[in-house]
Design a protein around this ligand. Structure first.
Ligand code: 5GP
Ligand code: ZN
Length: 114
């Protein structure tokens, strides 16, 4: 996807502060952090949203979560706790249509879900 900002971050065409990279996923710090630690974990392969997932993506999505767990430990927020979010389409406020897992932590989150 040539017009996708996260694809451009993955290829290095747009600069980002990367915290992890392997053959399947890339993780980088959110440009406008909503918490002291706010990292986005994205598949290297372009997928618009959760709505576009297929059974073939199940291993990849599992890997997003085990990567999030590993990064939470690396960032020192695993013990205190963190929140993982995937927004899908307008009602959830998805703004970038390359599936991404938000990892938020570093402070107590008081706001309720929704
Ligand atoms: P969404 O609202 O789609 O769930 O989340 C998109 C996230 O991407 C937002 O938190 C936003 O701050 C972040 N973001 C948008 N553009 C960029 C960018 O160019 N670089 C980085 N690092 N984050 C971005
Ligand atoms: Zn993309």
């Amino acid at each position: 996807m040539t017009d996708c900002i996260f694809c451009k971050i993955i290829t290095g065409d747009i600069p980002s502060t990367n915290v992890f990279r392997d053959e399947q996923v890339t993780a980088f710090r959110d440009l406008n952090p909503a918490a002291p630690t706010h990292i986005l974990i994205v598949p290297n392969k372009h997928i618009d949203s959760v709505n576009m997932l297929t059974n073939d993506d199940e291993q990849l999505i599992g890997h997003l979560f085990t990567t999030a767990k590993q990064i939470a430990a690396q960032e020192g927020i695993a013990e205190d706790g963190y929140r993982l979010i995937i927004n899908t389409n307008a009602n959830a406020g998805q703004t970038v249509f390359h599936i991404h897992l938000h990892l938020l932590g570093g402070a107590s989150m008081q706001h309720p879900m929704g």
